[in-house]
Structures are given as C-alpha cells and as structure tokens.
Design a binder for this molecule. Sequence first.
Ligand SMILES: Nc1ncnc2c1ncn2[C@@H]1O[C@H](COP(=O)(O)OP(=O)(O)OP(=O)(O)O)[C@@H](O)[C@H]1O
Length: 616
Amino acid sequence: MASLSASNHVARVLSVANQLAEVDASSRIENSWRRCLINHKLDPARLGPPQTLTEAEIRHVAEPMEETIRLLTPELDDLARVLRDAGYCVNLADANATMLFSRLPGEADARMFMDWKIYTGSNFAETFEGTNGLGTCLAEQKPILVHRDEHFRAQWHMFSCAVAPLFDQAGHLAGAVNITSCREDLERAAHQLALAVTMEATRRMEGAIFREHFRNAWIATVPGDGGSGLLAYDDDRRIVGACRSARALLGLTDGLIASGIDLARYIKHDHTRNADEIVELRRADGRPLGQSHVSPPLRARSAPLRHDAPVDRFDALHRLAGRDPGMVKSVKRLKSIGDHNLPVLLHGETGVGKDVFARAVHAASNRARNNYVALNCSAMPESLIDAELFGYEAGAFTGARRDGSKGLIVQADGGTLFLDEIGDMPIALQTRLLRVLENREVWPLGALKPVAVDIRLISATHRDLGRMAEEGAFRADLYFRLRGMEVHLPALRDRADRDDIISKIAREEAPNCRLSPEAWARLSAYPYPGNMRQLRHVLRLAGCTAEDGVITDADLDLPPFGGRTVETDLATAERATIIEALRKHSGRVTEAARSLKLSRATLYRKIKQLKIETAR
Ligand SMILES: Nc1ncnc2c1ncn2[C@@H]1O[C@H](COP(=O)(O)OP(=O)(O)OP(=O)(O)O)[C@@H](O)[C@H]1O
C-alpha cells in the first residue's frame, strides 16, 4: 500500500469499513481495520500517546511474568543485538499487550521510541490503539507484520512492527515478542525477514519456557512440517505436557494430558539412557516419524542422583526479605553468622511477620531438623508461662498434670525457642530465663536436678527493649544476652517493596481476582497499622465480596488513616515526652514531674494511663 496522507488514510480506513473500496493490503489488516471501526469504535484520526502504567502498576502487572522475563532475557538480548543496527527496538509484552521488557536500539533511533512511548509500561491493545503489530498479533494469536500505513491510526505511520505470539508450556497465550523500526528506508521485504528472525527467536523462548517448566520430566522433540514440537513424559512414560505444536501434531488435549495418557499411544522410541540422545521416532502403528532429540529429567543429569533436590536453606528468608534493602541487609548479616548459635532479637510492629521470620531463621539453621517451639509471653498469666516454659515434675502444684510436663525449653532442645512479646515477660521469669541461657540447663518446678538443654533463642518485641532496660522495666543483662543480633522488621508502609508484597498477598488471598486501578492505588497508599496481617485480612475479605473477579475500591475494608485519630496521635506524643523525661532523670518520677511542670500524682496517673514501664 502506498504511503497516504493522514486525511487520505482516514478516508481509506472508513471506506474499508463500509466496504466501498478494495484495499491492496492483506485481508488481515483490512479485517483488523473493520474490527477497530465497528467493534471497538475507534477513530483513525485520533492523536495521542498510548496508555501507560505507573511504575507501581508495572510492577503489579509484571509480577506474574517475572520468572518468564528472567528466563527469556538472554534470548531477548540476543535478538536485540542482531536487530540493533537496523534500528529496531525489541519488546516483550504480556497477553494484554502491555510492554514489560524493552531494549532500545542505538541513540539515533532510540529518541523516537522514547518520544512515542514505545517502551515498558505502554499498552498497545488493538481495542485502544487500533491495528498495530502487538495488539493485532495478540488479538489474532498469529505472527503479523504491520508496515507503516497499515496501522489504523495515522499517527503510527512512521513505524513498522513485526510481532510473534508467545505461548506457554500448556499452549496458552502468554504474550508476544515485538520488534519495531522507525526507519523510513526499511522495505517491507526486509521487514518480513526480520519477522522470520523474531518468530524463530520466539520459538526458542517457548522451548526455554517448556524445558524450565518440565525440568523434572523426559522431553522429546516431535518432528512436524512447520517445525518440531515438544513433549514431556514421566518415568512411567505417561505424557505430562505438550507444547502447542505437539498438541496440534498429535491431537493431544488438556483432558488427555491430565488423564496421564500413555506415550506409546502416540509415539514410540527405544530411548533408555540417562543422557541427551537422538533416537528414531515411530508412530504408534510403527510407521517412522523422523528423528527425535530426547533429554532426561534434570535430576538425572547431576551425579550422584538425589531425590531430595537440594534447596537453598536461606530461601524462605530471601523470600521474606524481598526487595527491601534493609531486609536484604539483615538476611545477609544472618547468613554471615552461619551456624553460630547466636540469639536473635526481632523488633517490629504487630503483624510485620516476626513469627514467620523466626521460623525462617530456624529453617536456615543447622537446627532445622529439630523442633521450633514458640510461646507468646503476652498471652498468658505469669504462673502459666512459668509452667509452660520451664516445665514441672509430677505433682509439683495443685492442678498439675499427673506425669508432669517437660516444658517448652526442653521441648526445644537441639532446636529453636521463639519467645514472642518478650517485653511482656514478668521480671521474675526474666531472671529464670537468664539462668537457663547462662548455665544451659533448666530446673523444672519441683525437680531435684537440672536438665541440660541446647537451644537457640529467638525473641521478638514491638517495644523499645533498650529503653525498657534503661528504665529498669526489663533486665538489662537479659536484654544484652537476647540481642546477639538485632533485626528490625520494617512496617509494611516503610518497605521499599511494599507493592511487591501487595501483589503477592493479593495472589495468595484472592487468586481468582484482579485489582482495579483505584483499588490498587488505595492499597498502595494505605499506612497499615496492622501490617501484613491487616493486608491479608483486607484482601481475603475483598476476594469474597468482589464481583466478576475484580476487586474494587468498595471491596476494601480500610479504616481511614489506619484507625489513627487526633487523640491517638496526641497520646503517642504525650507518651514519648514522658518516657524521654523519665529517661533523662534515670526513672526518678519526682524530678521528671518537675521538669514536665506536672504534679507527681498527675505524672503517676499518666504513667498508668499510658501504660509506661518505669524502673520502679
Ligand atoms: N513477607 C511476608 N509476605 C507475606 N505475608 C507475610 C509476610 N510476613 C508476614 N506475613 C503474614 O503476616 C501475618 C502476620 O505474621 P506474623 O504472625 O509472623 O507477625 P508478627 O509480627 O509475629 O505479629 P505479632 O507481633 O502480632 O505477633 C501472617 O499471616 C503472615 O503469613
């Protein structure tokens, strides 16, 4: 099609829709123009940039594809290198036509792509942008070349795109690989060649996705006219997966695969060795099918064979740290202390994940195979903590179990003891705990001799234990023993990777829903006084109330400002002032009251009312 002026183009597009003229572009382009005019009600003369997402939205949208992007980056980079000199940019988009990965060409061409927002975060859905490489390829699920004035909107006429759809291991549309050039001298034929290169690269990417997904299965190539397909099967030769072309070649469906159908019903070969091999493939009736490359499961490639695949024991900690620099640093420090039996003191607001973090520290230690025992010191009266923690002999007190109790410390022997809300532990018990840590033995109530124990202690608090120790509300010697290593777990609102966490929890708590942009914006801005726990509850509830699989603003039960009021803010300020005055005067109430210009009685009343721990 010859180049047309914008107004000519618009007239031509309109005439196609009304079937008043013959167009010499391929019928796929015509059909797309008609879709855009009639179904999507788009205006070919409209000017303006594509829809673009904010950074937070990009992170949210990209998260489900993160692994895929990481896996495909080397192949995408190779493609970008090959096409760079011809002025092409390379993008990977998701199935909704949002670009999630971009490589721009050299500086001379890059400006154009930047100006026209052809980069990560832009959306080129056909329903909004009209006929264009990415949007139309995804709408039709077929490779396509959209050359200059084949675009629906006249403003895109300086660009040429070649795009191949990307299918996942189950043959579902996962996205598309796009290359775009803005070089005027680029002939359609040259562009066609670039499309062939892109399609070939995309096939390799699909192969990489398939092989990664079925890394623990046997994988055989199945030759076909339009290129080979991939088939995965288990040790019993039951088919566990087939790529899109293998499904088409052999007539396999999701149902057949899910039923664990026998490989021999489709193809046969005599492959037995645990190594990559080329074998002759036959149809089930014995007719030759061609050569197949068979590769064994990844587990069989490493020697010696292990059934319990080695996992990084710091995995859980890395996952909890996410991309928050402070958390990443803390995990690095924890790693550096290795298997030293150093006590760990966790500090953070309620619901930040102190318990899950403590479990992950246990899982990363050489004690992981032994017990992890947890006790919340604020949830029980003093006498019960005593019995629970230190245990007792048979008949030690009225109401005691007949055969006594080992106590949690002994139960944690060889493993980890987690004491949550340690700041609430009564002073008398602090003394007993200190003795256990110093002597590595515990005296159960009523016992005649101690029991030797080897525990790693992890404790947690939302209080300022250092300040409490200074004020005499917590034993300073115990405090110093507990904080072998101190880890601060930041509040959700302070985490640099807060949006990642919101996406992750949304996937876990409301797996069949997506978040509307307004809901996303509100979740992202909310201060979460209850941290992760609150976020989980909010999303769990929203998942139940959402209609048509979309969580909207109305589904979010978020009290204004996290429940903070002017009164609570004043109380916080007042509390901080009193604590500071007490600290300055080493806990002496009379002097603190004088410095605050309050009577002693008033200060005592406020100390009680604001639940401030004092030295005496
Ligand atoms: N990094 C995280 N990602 C997702 N969910 C998390 C994360 N950390 C914690 N959670 C979730 O948050 C909730 C609260 O975690 P946890 O009980 O460990 O918090 P906590 O700080 O010990 O709370 P409290 O101080 O009230 O005892 C749990 O449902 C947990 O699964």
